[in-house]
Design a protein around this ligand. Structure first.
Ligand SMILES: C[S@@+](CC[C@H](N)C(=O)[O-])C[C@H]1O[C@@H](n2cnc3c(N)ncnc32)[C@H](O)[C@@H]1O
Length: 276
């Protein structure tokens, strides 16, 4: 095998693992219980209008893609995980939204250059393991003057810190894999988008999460529903002390972020225009 074909094989293996990780648990419940309005927030910020051609990258079950379609746009929801797209199809039918669902790796989008007026991603593209190719693909498929819109969890916010807390318990990542919450760092996104965009508007906002009550309520819900958390618990499952230490780390973090039963989870909301 040549070096290039070995690298391609390693990438296919990594993506297959990621796909399996996001398909486990019940990610659509995380959306409906925790971030039901975040996709619509991004759609509003991108100024999605009737007739716009919109791509939602790493769309999952359509948290942003469905509101965009309901706004009258011509939407493609793309994601690595077909199981989530299938659930999205069903949710869209229930809500009366019509859109296209396409299985696709954010690092190799199956779309033409400049095909979309708006290319957006809601806590999605941040999970593609190689940030530069993912950013380049979003830019490539956006037309000149079109809009790029991103919502990403920040490294300092609750979800960013949850990933940091889980890291010592997770198996080491293959070389070249970058941490998802880096996409919530404004400098990092500026570097990725570079001169290819103008009119960058970036701000930090929070999602108010009030469904967990006790910190352990958060942990139990994520342990059951959220793929990355399930994967880390699986990795330590044979070691009761490690499981207890992970439980304690997540409970401590949740307690630190909870005031009167309410948590605030910080994200970076960024929009920009593709330079002509
Ligand atoms: C936290 S979910 C966000 C889903 C959706 N955007 C939302 O707001 O609910 C992250 C998504 O990224 C997808 N994903 C992970 N790696 C990907 C990749 N390389 N290419 C495309 N999608 C990917 C997962 O399948 C999952 O649907």
């Amino acid at each position: 095998m040549t070096e290039a074909s070995e690298a391609a094989q390693a990438d296919r293996t990594l993506k297959a693992r990621h796909r399996a990780m996001w398909a486990q648990g019940d990610y659509p419940s995380v959306v409906s219980h925790v971030i039901p309005d975040l996709g619509a927030r991004l759609v509003r910020e991108c100024g999605v209008r009737q007739g716009d051609r919109v791509l939602d990258v790493a769309a999952g079950s359509g948290n942003a893609a469905i509101p965009a379609a309901l706004a009258g746009a011509d939407v493609v929801a793309s994601d690595l995980t077909p199981e989530l797209l299938e659930i999205g199809r069903h949710l869209a039918a229930v809500r009366g939204a019509r859109l296209e669902w396409r299985e696709a790796d954010a690092e190799a989008l199956p779309f033409a250059d400049g095909e979309f007026d708006i290319v957006m991603s809601c806590v999605g593209v941040m999970f593609a393991p190689h940030h530069r190719p993912a950013a380049e693909e979003m830019l490539r498929v956006c037309r000149s003057g079109g809009t790029i819109g991103l919502v990403n969890w920040t490294p300092e916010g609750f979800v960013g810190r949850m990933f940091a807390a889980m890291k010592p318990f997770a198996p080491p990542s293959p070389p070249g894999v970058q941490p998802p919450p880096l996409w919530g760092d404004e400098e990092h996104v500026h570097e990725l988008l570079g001169d290819a965009v103008t009119d960058v508007d970036a701000r930090r906002e929070t999602v108010r999460v009030d469904r967990f009550g006790e910190p352990s309520g958060f942990r139990e819900f994520f342990k059951a529903c959220y793929g990355p958390t399930i994967a880390v618990y699986r990795a330590v499952a044979g070691d009761a002390d490690r499981v207890a230490a992970l439980d304690a780390a997540l409970d401590a973090l949740a307690a630190e972020h909870t005031v009167d039963g309410v948590m605030e989870w910080e994200y970076l909301l960024l929009t920009a225009h593709r330079r002509g």
